[in-house]
Design a protein around this ligand. Structure first.
Ligand code: SF4
Length: 412
């Protein structure tokens, strides 16, 4: 294990953390230190995000406590059998780094995960120690996201939520078969048990705070999880089904998708190529259709092709509309919000603006052009005061007419 300087170890442990996609800090409670008490804020600007060459968003203080691990997950660069340089921080070093970066306005908080040393519970204790020290000893009011460690004692996982804004545990792979094959030390049922336990603790804490103002908060930004896409044979339809089952069963705040990246000295059971990053993007779009656009899971799954894959060249809402054209055109001057949200090219903000504007006059295509840039794509699917698509909606070549020209993937 590397016993280098703090910055040597930071280079190793920040790099090792970049494979975790779940770095959003949205949705937590508002805290600040403008009254002179404590340090940090969950609202302030100044977080320094970096983007990895493959397009992922990486926070500067998104680190692992250690990249040493006793597990051997095939897809992970930190697995036991991997030949990477190892390093480790003490909890006190992570606390000092967090405070020093925060004071310099480099970061808005801490995203802390870890490989497993000695045991899952021992590692979890160390992560909790970081969060507890920041909060209790330093009055740190910035954002903290703790990754919980698979197989750790549930009582420890519950403690993590008392100090962190968000806790998460990765389901890792979309199917139980994929998990058994690629992460043989992990147990899918126990991971789901931990997710359920955290969900119960969040609900209990919310109920308690309704009755007692000073009841402790528990992970106010909720919990999230992450799935690796493209490391096993699961298709998009299966991934969408799995993600939405997790939302429904555990009231997760977010399911993150992470396109599998080939790693150095990769295990032979892994694919040699990563999936196109656009696949990850299309899955996020499908996620939004269910969470914000009123689509059912089944409807989004219907946007997939015969192989169960979402098209890469068009977004899933357009793919769905092209398949189910009998629901179109939609009259933008009469249709309710839920139908307008199904029109390809209309986002939630544009729909709100349409509902507002049509109270004053009947909307024409020009009016729409001021609300959205996607008018050319919209035309086959809408009726406006001066527009009716007649046969356009049913044309066999409609997809080719409105899909953007295919481009070669630059980094494929
Ligand atoms: S437990 Fe986590 S750090 Fe360890 S090998 Fe598996 S994915 Fe990597």
């Amino acid at each position: 294990m590397t016993q280098g300087t703090i910055s040597d170890r930071l280079a190793i442990l920040a790099d090792a953390a970049k494979y975790d996609a779940s770095c959003a800090s949205s949705g937590t409670t508002k805290r600040h230190s403008r009254d002179g008490k404590g340090i940090g804020s969950t609202q302030g600007m100044g977080i320094c995000h970096a983007y990895a060459p493959d397009g992922r968003c990486i926070s500067l203080l998104k680190i692992l406590l250690t990249n040493h691990c006793i597990f051997d997950c095939h897809y992970c660069v930190n697995r036991k059998s991997s030949n990477v340089r190892r390093a480790r921080f003490t909890p006190q070093e992570v606390v000092a780094l967090t405070l020093s970066f925060y004071r310099r306005n480099y970061i808005e908080g801490l995203f802390l995960s870890s490989g497993i040393v000695k045991s899952s519970s021992h590692t979890m204790e160390q992560l909790i120690e970081v969060a507890r020290t920041l909060r209790e000893a330093h009055g740190f009011r910035g954002y903290i996201h703790l990754k919980t460690i698979p197989e750790a004692d549930p009582a420890l996982v519950r403690q993590a939520g008392l100090w962190a804004d968000r806790v998460s545990i990765n389901v890792e792979l979309p199917t139980a078969a994929g998990l058994a094959r690629l992460a043989p030390d992990k147990n899918g049922q126990r991971i789901e048990g931990a997710i359920a336990d955290i969900g119960d603790a969040i609900t209990e804490a919310k109920d308690a705070r309704k009755r007692f103002r000073h009841a402790p908060r528990f992970a106010p930004a909720g919990q999230s999880t992450q799935m690796i896409v493209g490391a096993d044979s699961a298709n998009d339809r299966e991934i969408i089904g799995r993600a939405n089952a997790l939302y429904d069963r555990f009231r997760l705040r977010r399911v993150y998708y992470s396109a599998f990246s080939p790693i150095p000295d990769a295990s032979a059971v892994l694919p040699l190529r990563r999936p196109p990053l656009m696949r990850e993007h299309r899955l996020y779009q499908s996620d939004w259709l269910v969470r914000f656009y009123g689509f059912s899971t089944g409807e989004v799954q219907q946007a997939a092709d015969e192989q169960g894959m979402l098209p890469l060249d068009i977004d899933p809402k357009l793919a769905w509309a092209l398949k189910y054209r009998d629901g179109f055109p939609v009259d933008i001057n009469r249709a309710p919000r839920e139908l307008l949200l199904r029109v390809p090219g209309l986002g939630t903000r544009a729909v709100t603006a349409i509902l507002h504007a049509r109270r004053h006059h009947r909307l024409r295509l020009d009016d729409l052009a001021r609300l959205t840039r996607a008018v050319a794509r919209l035309r086959p699917f809408i009726i406006a005061a001066d527009w009716r698509p007649t046969a356009l909606t049913d044309r066999i070549d409609l997809r080719a007419r409105i899909a953007p020209p295919r481009q070669m993937e630059l980094f494929g």
